[in-house]
Design a protein around this ligand. Structure first.
Ligand SMILES: Cc1ncc(COP(=O)(O)O)c(C=O)c1O
Length: 460
Protein backbone atom coordinates (compact mmCIF):
# COMPACT_ATOMS: atom_id res chain seq x y z
CA UNK A 1 0.00 0.00 0.00
CA UNK A 2 1.27 3.55 -0.61
CA UNK A 3 2.20 5.57 2.48
CA UNK A 4 -1.05 6.95 3.85
CA UNK A 5 -0.91 10.77 4.05
CA UNK A 6 -4.14 11.03 6.05
CA UNK A 7 -2.78 10.67 9.63
CA UNK A 8 -0.21 13.41 8.92
CA UNK A 9 -2.78 15.66 7.27
CA UNK A 10 -5.13 15.26 10.18
CA UNK A 11 -2.88 16.11 13.08
CA UNK A 12 -2.56 19.89 12.42
CA UNK A 13 -6.23 20.31 11.58
CA UNK A 14 -7.24 18.37 14.70
CA UNK A 15 -5.08 20.65 16.85
CA UNK A 16 -6.79 23.67 15.31
CA UNK A 17 -10.25 22.25 15.90
CA UNK A 18 -9.41 21.32 19.48
CA UNK A 19 -8.14 24.87 20.08
CA UNK A 20 -11.54 26.21 18.98
CA UNK A 21 -13.17 24.43 21.93
CA UNK A 22 -10.35 25.03 24.42
CA UNK A 23 -12.42 27.35 26.60
CA UNK A 24 -14.61 24.46 27.78
CA UNK A 25 -13.67 22.78 31.07
CA UNK A 26 -11.37 19.82 30.42
CA UNK A 27 -12.64 16.25 30.71
CA UNK A 28 -11.21 12.90 29.73
CA UNK A 29 -13.47 10.66 27.68
CA UNK A 30 -13.24 7.04 28.80
CA UNK A 31 -10.99 5.15 26.41
CA UNK A 32 -8.68 2.25 27.09
CA UNK A 33 -5.90 2.85 24.56
CA UNK A 34 -4.41 -0.65 24.84
CA UNK A 35 -7.73 -2.39 24.30
CA UNK A 36 -8.56 -0.07 21.43
CA UNK A 37 -5.19 -0.72 19.78
CA UNK A 38 -5.70 -4.45 20.05
CA UNK A 39 -9.13 -4.31 18.46
CA UNK A 40 -7.92 -1.96 15.72
CA UNK A 41 -5.11 -4.35 14.89
CA UNK A 42 -7.64 -7.15 14.62
CA UNK A 43 -9.75 -4.95 12.33
CA UNK A 44 -6.72 -4.22 10.13
CA UNK A 45 -6.09 -7.93 9.74
CA UNK A 46 -9.75 -8.56 8.91
CA UNK A 47 -9.70 -5.79 6.29
CA UNK A 48 -6.95 -7.58 4.39
CA UNK A 49 -9.72 -9.84 3.11
CA UNK A 50 -10.58 -7.39 0.33
CA UNK A 51 -9.63 -6.72 -3.24
CA UNK A 52 -7.09 -3.87 -3.40
CA UNK A 53 -9.60 -1.24 -4.54
CA UNK A 54 -7.11 1.57 -4.04
CA UNK A 55 -4.59 0.13 -6.52
CA UNK A 56 -4.51 0.74 -10.30
CA UNK A 57 -4.46 -3.03 -10.85
CA UNK A 58 -7.95 -3.07 -9.41
CA UNK A 59 -9.89 -2.33 -12.60
CA UNK A 60 -13.09 -4.25 -11.92
CA UNK A 61 -16.20 -2.81 -10.36
CA UNK A 62 -17.24 0.81 -9.83
CA UNK A 63 -14.95 1.40 -6.88
CA UNK A 64 -12.73 4.42 -6.55
CA UNK A 65 -10.65 5.42 -3.54
CA UNK A 66 -11.75 8.61 -1.81
CA UNK A 67 -9.37 11.53 -2.08
CA UNK A 68 -7.01 11.72 0.96
CA UNK A 69 -8.45 15.15 1.68
CA UNK A 70 -11.97 13.70 1.75
CA UNK A 71 -10.86 11.01 4.19
CA UNK A 72 -9.03 13.53 6.38
CA UNK A 73 -11.93 16.00 6.37
CA UNK A 74 -14.38 13.20 7.15
CA UNK A 75 -12.23 12.01 10.07
CA UNK A 76 -11.78 15.58 11.30
CA UNK A 77 -15.54 16.14 11.27
CA UNK A 78 -16.01 12.89 13.19
CA UNK A 79 -14.53 14.51 16.28
CA UNK A 80 -17.70 16.62 16.24
CA UNK A 81 -19.92 14.01 14.52
CA UNK A 82 -22.47 16.50 13.19
CA UNK A 83 -25.89 15.40 12.01
CA UNK A 84 -27.20 17.34 9.03
CA UNK A 85 -30.83 16.64 9.77
CA UNK A 86 -31.23 19.95 11.56
CA UNK A 87 -29.10 22.94 12.45
CA UNK A 88 -29.48 21.72 16.04
CA UNK A 89 -27.15 18.86 15.13
CA UNK A 90 -24.88 20.33 12.50
CA UNK A 91 -24.69 24.07 11.98
CA UNK A 92 -21.40 24.39 10.10
CA UNK A 93 -21.77 21.14 8.20
CA UNK A 94 -25.31 22.09 7.05
CA UNK A 95 -23.88 25.28 5.56
CA UNK A 96 -21.07 23.28 3.97
CA UNK A 97 -23.61 20.88 2.49
CA UNK A 98 -25.60 23.74 1.02
CA UNK A 99 -22.44 25.20 -0.54
CA UNK A 100 -21.17 21.87 -1.89
CA UNK A 101 -24.57 20.91 -3.33
CA UNK A 102 -24.78 24.38 -4.90
CA UNK A 103 -21.53 23.69 -6.74
CA UNK A 104 -22.86 20.38 -8.04
CA UNK A 105 -26.06 22.08 -9.18
CA UNK A 106 -23.91 24.77 -10.82
CA UNK A 107 -22.17 22.07 -12.84
CA UNK A 108 -25.57 21.40 -14.43
CA UNK A 109 -26.24 25.10 -14.92
CA UNK A 110 -28.75 25.40 -12.07
CA UNK A 111 -28.76 28.40 -9.77
CA UNK A 112 -32.29 27.89 -8.45
CA UNK A 113 -33.06 24.35 -7.40
CA UNK A 114 -33.79 22.19 -4.40
CA UNK A 115 -31.21 19.61 -3.43
CA UNK A 116 -29.29 17.85 -0.73
CA UNK A 117 -26.99 14.93 -0.03
CA UNK A 118 -28.28 11.45 0.67
CA UNK A 119 -26.73 8.30 2.02
CA UNK A 120 -26.61 6.71 -1.45
CA UNK A 121 -27.65 6.88 -5.07
CA UNK A 122 -30.51 4.54 -4.27
CA UNK A 123 -31.89 6.88 -1.60
CA UNK A 124 -31.42 9.84 -3.95
CA UNK A 125 -33.32 8.04 -6.74
CA UNK A 126 -36.00 7.08 -4.24
CA UNK A 127 -36.56 10.74 -3.41
CA UNK A 128 -36.67 11.69 -7.09
CA UNK A 129 -39.24 8.98 -7.91
CA UNK A 130 -41.21 9.79 -4.77
CA UNK A 131 -41.48 13.41 -5.92
CA UNK A 132 -42.36 12.20 -9.44
CA UNK A 133 -45.09 10.03 -7.94
CA UNK A 134 -46.46 12.90 -5.84
CA UNK A 135 -46.37 15.27 -8.80
CA UNK A 136 -48.07 12.73 -11.08
CA UNK A 137 -51.03 12.08 -8.82
CA UNK A 138 -53.59 13.95 -10.92
CA UNK A 139 -57.09 12.69 -10.10
CA UNK A 140 -55.69 10.62 -7.22
CA UNK A 141 -54.05 8.10 -9.57
CA UNK A 142 -50.26 7.92 -9.65
CA UNK A 143 -48.86 7.54 -13.13
CA UNK A 144 -46.35 4.96 -14.28
CA UNK A 145 -42.57 5.25 -14.20
CA UNK A 146 -40.55 3.88 -17.11
CA UNK A 147 -36.81 3.35 -17.48
CA UNK A 148 -34.58 1.45 -19.85
CA UNK A 149 -33.97 -2.24 -19.20
CA UNK A 150 -30.38 -1.16 -18.53
CA UNK A 151 -31.43 1.34 -15.83
CA UNK A 152 -30.19 0.45 -12.36
CA UNK A 153 -32.15 -2.46 -10.90
CA UNK A 154 -33.20 -0.38 -7.91
CA UNK A 155 -35.60 1.76 -9.98
CA UNK A 156 -38.02 -1.14 -10.26
CA UNK A 157 -37.68 -1.90 -6.57
CA UNK A 158 -38.01 1.74 -5.54
CA UNK A 159 -41.17 2.00 -7.65
CA UNK A 160 -42.57 -1.08 -5.90
CA UNK A 161 -41.79 0.48 -2.50
CA UNK A 162 -43.57 3.65 -3.63
CA UNK A 163 -46.45 1.60 -5.05
CA UNK A 164 -45.88 3.06 -8.50
CA UNK A 165 -46.14 0.88 -11.61
CA UNK A 166 -42.84 0.52 -13.42
CA UNK A 167 -42.14 -0.65 -16.97
CA UNK A 168 -38.90 -1.41 -18.76
CA UNK A 169 -38.10 0.01 -22.16
CA UNK A 170 -35.81 -2.12 -24.36
CA UNK A 171 -32.25 -0.95 -24.90
CA UNK A 172 -30.37 -0.92 -28.20
CA UNK A 173 -27.11 -2.74 -28.90
CA UNK A 174 -25.00 -0.28 -26.95
CA UNK A 175 -27.26 -0.22 -23.93
CA UNK A 176 -29.11 3.03 -24.61
CA UNK A 177 -32.85 3.41 -24.23
CA UNK A 178 -34.51 2.55 -27.56
CA UNK A 179 -36.41 5.69 -28.33
CA UNK A 180 -39.07 4.17 -30.62
CA UNK A 181 -39.97 1.71 -27.87
CA UNK A 182 -40.25 4.58 -25.41
CA UNK A 183 -42.60 6.43 -27.72
CA UNK A 184 -44.78 3.33 -28.09
CA UNK A 185 -45.07 3.22 -24.28
CA UNK A 186 -45.81 6.94 -24.07
CA UNK A 187 -48.69 6.59 -26.54
CA UNK A 188 -50.54 4.63 -23.86
CA UNK A 189 -50.94 7.97 -22.10
CA UNK A 190 -50.25 6.95 -18.51
CA UNK A 191 -46.52 7.54 -18.12
CA UNK A 192 -45.76 10.05 -15.39
CA UNK A 193 -41.96 9.95 -15.43
CA UNK A 194 -39.14 8.66 -17.58
CA UNK A 195 -35.88 7.68 -15.93
CA UNK A 196 -32.99 8.50 -18.28
CA UNK A 197 -29.67 7.01 -17.26
CA UNK A 198 -26.56 8.99 -18.13
CA UNK A 199 -23.95 6.34 -17.49
CA UNK A 200 -25.51 2.90 -17.04
CA UNK A 201 -24.03 0.60 -14.44
CA UNK A 202 -23.16 -2.22 -16.82
CA UNK A 203 -21.46 -0.38 -19.67
CA UNK A 204 -21.65 3.37 -18.99
CA UNK A 205 -24.21 3.90 -21.75
CA UNK A 206 -25.78 7.34 -22.06
CA UNK A 207 -29.51 7.40 -22.82
CA UNK A 208 -30.54 9.86 -25.58
CA UNK A 209 -31.74 12.56 -23.21
CA UNK A 210 -32.13 15.10 -26.02
CA UNK A 211 -34.63 12.84 -27.79
CA UNK A 212 -36.40 11.99 -24.54
CA UNK A 213 -36.85 15.70 -23.85
CA UNK A 214 -38.32 16.19 -27.33
CA UNK A 215 -40.87 13.49 -26.55
CA UNK A 216 -41.63 15.25 -23.27
CA UNK A 217 -42.88 18.24 -25.26
CA UNK A 218 -45.32 15.99 -27.12
CA UNK A 219 -46.46 13.65 -24.36
CA UNK A 220 -45.87 15.58 -21.13
CA UNK A 221 -44.07 13.68 -18.37
CA UNK A 222 -41.34 14.30 -15.81
CA UNK A 223 -37.79 13.46 -16.74
CA UNK A 224 -35.59 12.10 -14.00
CA UNK A 225 -31.91 11.71 -14.88
CA UNK A 226 -30.06 9.00 -13.03
CA UNK A 227 -26.51 10.28 -13.40
CA UNK A 228 -25.37 8.51 -10.23
CA UNK A 229 -22.40 7.19 -12.16
CA UNK A 230 -22.02 9.48 -15.14
CA UNK A 231 -22.98 12.92 -13.82
CA UNK A 232 -19.47 14.29 -13.48
CA UNK A 233 -18.80 13.58 -17.17
CA UNK A 234 -20.73 16.78 -17.79
CA UNK A 235 -17.39 18.48 -17.05
CA UNK A 236 -15.65 16.70 -19.90
CA UNK A 237 -18.53 16.32 -22.32
CA UNK A 238 -16.30 17.79 -25.05
CA UNK A 239 -14.22 14.60 -24.80
CA UNK A 240 -17.27 12.36 -25.37
CA UNK A 241 -18.72 11.14 -28.65
CA UNK A 242 -21.52 13.11 -30.22
CA UNK A 243 -24.60 11.26 -28.88
CA UNK A 244 -23.36 11.43 -25.28
CA UNK A 245 -22.31 15.04 -25.74
CA UNK A 246 -25.83 15.90 -26.94
CA UNK A 247 -27.32 14.21 -23.88
CA UNK A 248 -25.07 16.03 -21.42
CA UNK A 249 -25.71 19.33 -23.20
CA UNK A 250 -29.38 19.21 -22.13
CA UNK A 251 -29.04 17.63 -18.69
CA UNK A 252 -30.08 20.94 -17.11
CA UNK A 253 -33.54 20.56 -18.68
CA UNK A 254 -34.30 17.47 -16.56
CA UNK A 255 -36.78 17.79 -13.70
CA UNK A 256 -34.48 15.97 -11.32
CA UNK A 257 -30.92 14.68 -11.33
CA UNK A 258 -29.16 12.18 -9.13
CA UNK A 259 -25.38 12.11 -8.91
CA UNK A 260 -23.20 10.10 -6.55
CA UNK A 261 -20.18 11.86 -5.09
CA UNK A 262 -19.25 8.45 -3.64
CA UNK A 263 -18.73 7.10 -7.15
CA UNK A 264 -16.77 9.56 -9.30
CA UNK A 265 -16.72 12.43 -6.79
CA UNK A 266 -13.81 11.08 -4.70
CA UNK A 267 -15.94 10.63 -1.57
CA UNK A 268 -16.18 7.84 0.99
CA UNK A 269 -19.37 5.80 0.79
CA UNK A 270 -22.44 7.42 2.20
CA UNK A 271 -22.63 10.32 -0.25
CA UNK A 272 -25.33 10.58 -2.91
CA UNK A 273 -27.06 13.73 -4.10
CA UNK A 274 -30.50 14.57 -5.45
CA UNK A 275 -31.41 17.81 -7.19
CA UNK A 276 -34.76 19.17 -8.35
CA UNK A 277 -35.00 21.94 -10.95
CA UNK A 278 -38.16 23.35 -9.42
CA UNK A 279 -37.62 24.37 -5.77
CA UNK A 280 -41.42 24.30 -5.32
CA UNK A 281 -41.30 20.49 -5.01
CA UNK A 282 -40.22 21.28 -1.44
CA UNK A 283 -43.97 21.38 -0.69
CA UNK A 284 -44.10 17.57 -0.88
CA UNK A 285 -41.63 17.30 1.97
CA UNK A 286 -43.51 19.61 4.28
CA UNK A 287 -43.63 18.21 7.80
CA UNK A 288 -43.08 19.29 11.37
CA UNK A 289 -40.61 17.84 13.79
CA UNK A 290 -41.51 18.06 17.46
CA UNK A 291 -37.88 17.45 18.45
CA UNK A 292 -35.80 19.72 16.24
CA UNK A 293 -35.92 22.84 14.08
CA UNK A 294 -35.88 25.12 17.14
CA UNK A 295 -32.41 26.58 17.10
CA UNK A 296 -32.61 28.41 13.79
CA UNK A 297 -35.17 29.99 11.52
CA UNK A 298 -32.98 29.09 8.55
CA UNK A 299 -33.83 26.02 6.47
CA UNK A 300 -32.97 22.76 8.20
CA UNK A 301 -31.96 20.21 5.58
CA UNK A 302 -34.18 17.65 7.26
CA UNK A 303 -37.13 19.76 6.11
CA UNK A 304 -36.32 18.91 2.50
CA UNK A 305 -35.12 15.33 2.71
CA UNK A 306 -36.77 11.99 3.35
CA UNK A 307 -33.98 10.69 5.57
CA UNK A 308 -33.73 12.08 9.08
CA UNK A 309 -30.15 11.74 10.40
CA UNK A 310 -27.50 12.23 7.74
CA UNK A 311 -23.73 12.32 8.14
CA UNK A 312 -22.54 15.91 8.47
CA UNK A 313 -19.04 14.49 7.99
CA UNK A 314 -19.99 13.48 4.43
CA UNK A 315 -20.83 17.11 3.67
CA UNK A 316 -17.56 18.34 5.22
CA UNK A 317 -15.56 15.86 3.13
CA UNK A 318 -17.36 16.86 -0.06
CA UNK A 319 -17.03 20.57 0.65
CA UNK A 320 -13.29 20.18 1.27
CA UNK A 321 -12.74 18.10 -1.87
CA UNK A 322 -14.60 20.54 -4.08
CA UNK A 323 -12.64 23.42 -2.59
CA UNK A 324 -9.39 21.71 -3.55
CA UNK A 325 -10.66 20.37 -6.86
CA UNK A 326 -13.43 22.67 -8.12
CA UNK A 327 -16.02 21.19 -10.46
CA UNK A 328 -15.02 23.17 -13.52
CA UNK A 329 -14.28 22.09 -17.08
CA UNK A 330 -10.53 22.07 -17.62
CA UNK A 331 -9.78 21.85 -13.88
CA UNK A 332 -7.77 19.11 -12.22
CA UNK A 333 -10.87 17.14 -11.24
CA UNK A 334 -12.03 17.15 -14.87
CA UNK A 335 -8.55 16.21 -16.12
CA UNK A 336 -8.55 13.17 -13.84
CA UNK A 337 -11.85 12.02 -15.33
CA UNK A 338 -10.39 12.42 -18.80
CA UNK A 339 -7.49 10.16 -17.88
CA UNK A 340 -9.82 7.33 -16.93
CA UNK A 341 -11.73 7.80 -20.15
CA UNK A 342 -8.49 7.80 -22.16
CA UNK A 343 -7.52 4.52 -20.48
CA UNK A 344 -10.89 3.00 -21.41
CA UNK A 345 -10.60 4.05 -25.05
CA UNK A 346 -7.09 2.65 -25.19
CA UNK A 347 -8.12 -0.68 -23.70
CA UNK A 348 -11.02 -0.88 -26.13
CA UNK A 349 -8.65 -0.19 -29.06
CA UNK A 350 -6.24 -2.88 -27.91
CA UNK A 351 -9.04 -5.42 -27.61
CA UNK A 352 -10.28 -4.60 -31.11
CA UNK A 353 -6.74 -4.74 -32.48
CA UNK A 354 -5.92 -8.19 -31.06
CA UNK A 355 -4.00 -9.99 -33.81
CA UNK A 356 -5.63 -13.34 -32.95
CA UNK A 357 -9.13 -11.74 -32.85
CA UNK A 358 -9.92 -13.40 -29.53
CA UNK A 359 -12.09 -10.57 -28.19
CA UNK A 360 -15.38 -8.99 -29.17
CA UNK A 361 -15.98 -5.53 -27.72
CA UNK A 362 -19.38 -3.96 -28.38
CA UNK A 363 -20.21 -4.08 -32.09
CA UNK A 364 -21.74 -0.62 -31.92
CA UNK A 365 -18.46 1.08 -31.02
CA UNK A 366 -16.15 2.44 -28.36
CA UNK A 367 -17.20 3.02 -24.71
CA UNK A 368 -19.32 6.11 -24.09
CA UNK A 369 -17.64 6.86 -20.75
CA UNK A 370 -14.91 4.86 -19.00
CA UNK A 371 -16.37 1.35 -18.78
CA UNK A 372 -15.13 -1.31 -21.20
CA UNK A 373 -16.91 -4.62 -21.82
CA UNK A 374 -15.94 -7.45 -24.09
CA UNK A 375 -17.00 -10.96 -24.96
CA UNK A 376 -14.59 -13.79 -25.54
CA UNK A 377 -14.91 -15.28 -29.02
CA UNK A 378 -16.21 -18.86 -28.94
CA UNK A 379 -18.51 -21.23 -30.82
CA UNK A 380 -21.33 -20.84 -28.31
CA UNK A 381 -22.47 -18.30 -25.75
CA UNK A 382 -22.02 -20.91 -23.04
CA UNK A 383 -18.39 -21.44 -24.01
CA UNK A 384 -17.78 -17.68 -24.25
CA UNK A 385 -19.21 -17.27 -20.74
CA UNK A 386 -16.98 -20.02 -19.39
CA UNK A 387 -13.91 -18.46 -21.02
CA UNK A 388 -14.75 -15.08 -19.49
CA UNK A 389 -14.82 -16.68 -16.07
CA UNK A 390 -11.54 -18.50 -16.69
CA UNK A 391 -9.79 -15.32 -17.84
CA UNK A 392 -11.28 -13.41 -14.91
CA UNK A 393 -9.79 -15.95 -12.48
CA UNK A 394 -6.44 -16.08 -14.30
CA UNK A 395 -6.19 -12.28 -14.15
CA UNK A 396 -7.00 -12.29 -10.43
CA UNK A 397 -4.21 -14.83 -9.91
CA UNK A 398 -1.91 -12.17 -11.41
CA UNK A 399 -3.31 -9.44 -9.12
CA UNK A 400 -5.27 -7.88 -11.97
CA UNK A 401 -8.88 -7.54 -10.91
CA UNK A 402 -11.54 -7.24 -13.60
CA UNK A 403 -15.29 -7.78 -13.28
CA UNK A 404 -17.84 -10.01 -14.98
CA UNK A 405 -21.14 -8.88 -16.42
CA UNK A 406 -24.02 -10.54 -18.23
CA UNK A 407 -25.03 -8.76 -21.40
CA UNK A 408 -27.43 -9.42 -24.28
CA UNK A 409 -25.81 -11.56 -26.97
CA UNK A 410 -27.09 -9.37 -29.77
CA UNK A 411 -24.82 -6.53 -28.60
CA UNK A 412 -21.95 -8.55 -30.06
CA UNK A 413 -23.64 -9.62 -33.29
CA UNK A 414 -22.24 -8.39 -36.62
CA UNK A 415 -23.28 -4.84 -37.46
CA UNK A 416 -25.52 -6.14 -40.28
CA UNK A 417 -27.77 -7.80 -37.67
CA UNK A 418 -29.11 -4.37 -36.66
CA UNK A 419 -29.41 -2.50 -33.41
CA UNK A 420 -32.26 -4.41 -31.84
CA UNK A 421 -32.11 -7.97 -30.56
CA UNK A 422 -32.15 -10.77 -33.08
CA UNK A 423 -29.94 -13.15 -31.12
CA UNK A 424 -31.77 -13.76 -27.84
CA UNK A 425 -30.06 -14.61 -24.57
CA UNK A 426 -27.28 -13.37 -22.38
CA UNK A 427 -23.57 -13.99 -22.35
CA UNK A 428 -21.10 -13.46 -19.52
CA UNK A 429 -18.48 -10.90 -20.51
CA UNK A 430 -15.47 -9.24 -18.98
CA UNK A 431 -15.90 -5.70 -17.75
CA UNK A 432 -13.41 -3.10 -16.61
CA UNK A 433 -14.35 0.19 -14.96
CA UNK A 434 -11.34 2.45 -15.47
CA UNK A 435 -12.28 5.11 -12.93
CA UNK A 436 -8.89 6.00 -11.56
CA UNK A 437 -6.71 8.57 -13.30
CA UNK A 438 -3.75 6.25 -12.67
CA UNK A 439 -5.32 3.69 -14.98
CA UNK A 440 -4.02 5.62 -17.96
CA UNK A 441 -0.37 5.32 -16.91
CA UNK A 442 -0.92 1.73 -15.84
CA UNK A 443 -2.59 0.52 -19.00
CA UNK A 444 0.55 -1.21 -20.37
CA UNK A 445 0.95 -3.15 -17.13
CA UNK A 446 -2.75 -3.99 -17.04
CA UNK A 447 -2.55 -5.20 -20.63
CA UNK A 448 0.56 -7.32 -19.98
CA UNK A 449 -1.14 -9.16 -17.14
CA UNK A 450 -4.33 -9.56 -19.10
CA UNK A 451 -2.41 -10.90 -22.12
CA UNK A 452 -0.55 -13.40 -19.93
CA UNK A 453 -3.83 -14.55 -18.34
CA UNK A 454 -5.36 -15.02 -21.80
CA UNK A 455 -2.31 -16.91 -23.07
CA UNK A 456 -2.71 -19.35 -20.17
CA UNK A 457 -6.44 -19.87 -20.56
CA UNK A 458 -7.41 -19.38 -24.20
CA UNK A 459 -4.02 -19.41 -25.94
CA UNK A 460 -2.21 -16.68 -27.88
C1 LIG B 1 -26.67 4.33 -12.61
C2 LIG B 1 -26.77 3.95 -11.17
N1 LIG B 1 -27.84 4.35 -10.46
C3 LIG B 1 -28.00 4.05 -9.16
C4 LIG B 1 -27.05 3.30 -8.49
C5 LIG B 1 -27.24 2.98 -7.04
O1 LIG B 1 -26.37 3.76 -6.29
P1 LIG B 1 -25.93 3.36 -4.80
O2 LIG B 1 -25.13 2.10 -4.94
O3 LIG B 1 -25.12 4.52 -4.35
O4 LIG B 1 -27.15 3.16 -4.00
C6 LIG B 1 -25.93 2.84 -9.18
C7 LIG B 1 -24.92 2.01 -8.52
O5 LIG B 1 -24.01 1.48 -9.11
C8 LIG B 1 -25.78 3.19 -10.55
O6 LIG B 1 -24.72 2.77 -11.27
Amino acid sequence: MPVDPVPGLLSRATELLEAEFAALPAFEPKADADAITEVLEAAARRLADNYPYFHPLYAGQMLKPPHPLARAAYALAMSINPNNHARDGGRASSEMEIEAVGQIAGMFGWTEYLGHLTSSGTMANLEALWVAGQAGQGGGLAKRIVGSEQAHYTHRRISAVLKLDYAEIPADNRGRMFIEALEAELRKGDVGAVVATLGTTAVGAVDPLDQILSLKERYGFRVHVDAAYGGYFKLISDALDEPARRAFAVIGQADSIVIDPHKHGLQPYGCGCVLFRDPAVGRFYKHDSPYTYFTSKQLHLGEISLECSRAGAAAVALWATQRLLPLVPGGEFACRLKQGRAAALQLDRRLRGDSASRFQPLTAGAPELDIVVWKLKAETAQRASQLAQDVFAACAARDLHLALVQLPLFWFAPAAAGAIGVEAGLVTCLRSVLMKPEHEAWLDRIWQRFAAACADTIGD
